[in-house]
Design a protein around this ligand. Sequence first.
Ligand SMILES: Nc1ncnc2c1ncn2[C@@H]1O[C@H](COP(=O)(O)OP(=O)(O)OP(=O)(O)O)[C@@H](O)[C@H]1O
Ligand SMILES: [Mg+2]
Length: 460
Amino acid sequence: MIALTLGEIAAVTGGRLVNSDGSETVTGGVEYDSRKVGPGGLFVAFAGEKADGHDFAPAVVAGGATGVLGTRDAGVPGVVVTDQLDALAKLAREVVGRLPELTVVGLTGSSGKTTTKDYLGQLLSRLGPTVAPAGSLNNELGFPYTVLQADEKTRFLVLEMGARGVGHIRYLTDIAQPSIGVVLNVGAAHLGEFGSVEGTALAKGELVEALPPSGVAVLNADDALVLGMAARTGARVLQVGEAETADLRATDVVVDSSGRASYVLKFGVERKNVRLGVAGRHQVANSLAAAAVALTAGMALDDLVTALGEVGIVSGRRMDVFERPDGVTVIDDSYNANPSSTAAALHALAAMGAGRRTTAVLGYMAELGEHEVPGHAEVGRLAAELGVDRLIAVAENARPILDGAAEVGAWRGTARFAADQAAAIEILQTDLHADEVVLVKGSRYRTWDVADWLRRSEEV
Ligand SMILES: Nc1ncnc2c1ncn2[C@@H]1O[C@H](COP(=O)(O)OP(=O)(O)OP(=O)(O)O)[C@@H](O)[C@H]1O
Ligand SMILES: [Mg+2]
């Protein structure tokens, strides 16, 4: 963070100074995990269910932190506010306001925000100091937390924006107004909260509404609901995708046996061959979005093409492909799942599994609301249509996956039900071929144990 005194922090947040005359200066980072606070840092104390951060405040300050931001006097220099999130939002807004040279990039969409943010972190770093921390910091805590990592040296600030309802993205853009906004897709993620894809589009479009007329909206030309957002922005629109109308367009997409896509990138009269470093055909769309931002930020096209082949995903459990010594290839895509991201992962499995046995371990997809049963059935059908050899559905509410697969009469694969992760591991333990490709996907902790077991156990 830029250096601010506790007095300034109190003024900005409307908080009350305690145990301080306001002159102590925060020169380090802002952290809400007491273990991460460094010298000169500001510790944001939350009262959680298990522990109260305020109790750690004296130790954190004794360890070198400048002070504490919390909702009560913790006996050390600090600022007492009524709501930490509101205070963080105000502080973040202040910091952005003091950094006029900063280019703020906002990203939203149903799938691929963190992935594309990771790409952008690596691409934009080649142009200048960039803040794009690993992980999925897209809510009212993670967003200001990310913003607060910017300082006078920062040139690019890449912000992931999540929305679970109308007004959520506007709340975030009010903290830090992006000049470049990217909308990746409007899929079936969090349908439970939104009710419909149109509702999702309404909320996600708030990003492009917030752009200034001098800004750039990067929109997915292959997603009608995203493209429709062009009407909601005064910024210049850059279309990306495989559609003919795309300003930055991928054609001749080929996915090789490592699951990686190559394509011809068309930009104006230019034609460049791109080969991506990350598995999954869906990375084409993510890479185009990141490319559009990089070009807007001033990256030369040839440099961009080279960089696109080198970027990886730094946040874990997203298309994380690893080879075991026994020849088994594992695709750990277990961070999160919805029907569209599962479809993307199944396509990658099919591409990588050509001539090999393929297994999809699919867990429950959370937050689908009314779409839950059909959403699971849909991915089961797709797995069968793609000829996945073995389908393992994990947990009772993932069972409709198997029902969907059963609808595909021509499918010759095996369907297995596992009551929980341990049961899925048991199935794999007793029957895993060398040279097999295994995809593990589900909503977070519900399935990632299986991926971790595959990582640990190398005996067939
Ligand atoms: N363009 C895409 N289309 C479909 N699936 C995708 C796309 N990009 C990434 N995915 C998949 O979606 C899952 C989540 O990816 P990622 O974490 O990048 O998305 P996110 O939008 O940040 O998700 P969250 O809403 O959890 O923050 C991963 O399994 C990933 O492989
Ligand atoms: Mg994310």
